[in-house]
Write a protein that binds this ligand. Structure first.
Ligand code: AMP
Ligand code: GLY
Length: 426
């Protein structure tokens, strides 16, 4: 089939790679330098819904797969479906699960889905009073989309009050931060569980673990994600079943009762606490960089699974591999200055083609005069695949070591928690 992937990051490169590998024709809007090696890149931005729609109609695209959240929250699925075009990704009202954190939290509360205790505020004074009586650390979240910049884990009252001031008074994140969720801080191990949903049934990908902080040992500021691996040893069969029973099953029932038909990827960011799994956030899409680790492990035709979900009739039935017959690990290389301001246009040299068990997924790259240059904060990610987690890690780091650009930096401890857990168990 003809598949259009919307987006331009590492996640989209991984999706494009998977669609092409299954023998489909792939287009990507707008794509990046790496994607242009496997797909026809279109000069259409991910948020240009009329432009995308027009291409899909004229180009007789069979399926559109949406990478980022913004077009989903803006209603790309409603626009495509109203013209009879198949698209993987939830409708605007279903995408509120990610686009409106207050909606997601209230839904979880109403239907008994475990999550951190919270309150929602629009009035800054009330928010300030609430925070003053809260124990530390306290977590403050903008309710709208904030491209990974909407969450503050405040360790002092001063930091918490400053955060409220920046969001609610100064409007640092615009409308997205005018309402806030204030919630208790959870302790535990974080995991990401992604299921593909046709409105009724779910097909789960392997559990994965992101590394959100910039620096080794989970230090430094939050980023969009500096690396990921899958599967996650701590998520054994019992934990996985508990997550399905306590989170995904009640979520599907909740959406159903609320009259929301959800067709697309449901991403649950979870904290495995002493009291069981609790939801940190839902996303309405594939994770980035989790997808760069998950896609090479997926044993079927991912595009076909997406098509079935889009049409509301998922028949592919695959169990995620929890025991780790194969492992994948992706390390992200970022530009100097990321997640703050960074330079662009720096030439990238070295082996960008990867190897048999190493895949180079581009994120912020573009082609200028037939040369690959940096064009984003997260520049690329190298995924290693192996029969053990350490083999996957060694391959990813070896592959990354063959690539260079000025100011390139990355974490050296991706997968460390998983390896530690495996060593303890041995
Ligand atoms: P998000 O942007 O919602 O993915 O949140 C960014 C990160 O903030 C998460 O990956 C967690 O590490 C952290 N976080 C969010 N909510 C909480 C919470 N209630 N307790 C502890 N950490 C949290
Ligand atoms: N990896 C986190 C996210 O995609 O939101």
């Amino acid at each position: 089939m003809k598949v259009l992937v919307v987006g331009s990051g590492g996640r989209e490169h991984a999706l494009v790679w998977s669609v092409a590998r299954a023998g489909h024709t792939v287009y990507c809007a707008p794509g990046n330098a790496g994607i242009s090696q496997v797909a026809e890149c279109l000069d259409i931005e991910a948020l240009d819904i009329p432009g995308l729609l027009s291409f899909a109609r004229k180009g007789k695209v069979d399926l559109t797969v949406v990478g980022p959240e913004a077009p989903l929250v803006a209603g790309i699925t409603d626009a495509f479906e109203s013209r009879g075009l198949a698209i993987f990704g939830p409708s605007r009202s279903a995408a509120r699960l990610e686009g409106d954190k207050a909606f997601a939290k209230e839904l979880m509360q109403r239907y008994g889905i475990p999550t951190a205790n919270f309150a929602v505020f629009e009035d800054m004074e009330k928010a300030e009073n609430y925070v003053r009586n809260h124990k530390l650390p306290v977590v403050i979240k903008a309710t709208g989309l904030a491209a990974g910049k909407g969450v503050t884990v405040a360790r002092s009252f001063e930091e918490a009050l400053n955060t409220l001031h920046d969001l609610m008074k100064i409007g640092k994140l615009g409308e997205a931060g005018k309402r806030v969720v204030i919630e208790e801080h959870l302790e535990g191990e974080e995991v990401s569980i992604i299921g593909l949903c046709d409105g009724k049934k779910l097909l789960f990908l392997s559990p994965s673990q992101d590394h959100k902080r910039l620096l080794d040992g989970d230090a430094g500021p939050n980023t969009g994600g500096m690396g990921a691996y899958a599967p996650v040893p701590i998520v054994n069969k019992a934990v996985f079943n508990q997550i399905i029973e306590e989170v995904f099953s009640p979520l599907l029932q909740a959406l159903n009762k609320e009259g929301v038909e959800y067709r697309g990827a449901i991403y649950a960011g979870l904290m495995l606490t002493r009291d069981g799994p609790k939801v940190l956030e839902f996303n309405c899409r594939f994770g980035d960089p989790e997808t760069q680790a998950l896609v090479p492990l997926f044993p079927g035709d991912l595009a076909e699974a997406c098509r079935q979900c889009a049409l509301g009739d998922l028949t592919i039935n695959l169990e995620p591999d929890l025991s780790g017959k194969h492992w994948a690990l992706c390390v992200v290389a970022a530009a100097r200055g990321y997640p703050g301001t960074y330079e662009k246009g720096l030439p990238i040299s070295g082996n960008l083609t990867g190897g048999e068990n190493t895949i180079v997924f581009h994120a912020g790259t573009k082609m200028v005069d037939e040369k690959v240059v940096t064009s984003g904060g997260r520049v690329l990610g190298v995924t290693g695949i192996g029969k053990t987690l350490s083999e996957a890690r060694d391959r990813a780091y070896y592959g990354l070591g063959l690539i260079h650009f000025a100011g390139m930096h990355y974490r050296h401890d991706i997968g460390e928690k998983g390896l530690h857990y495996l060593n303890q168990r041995a």
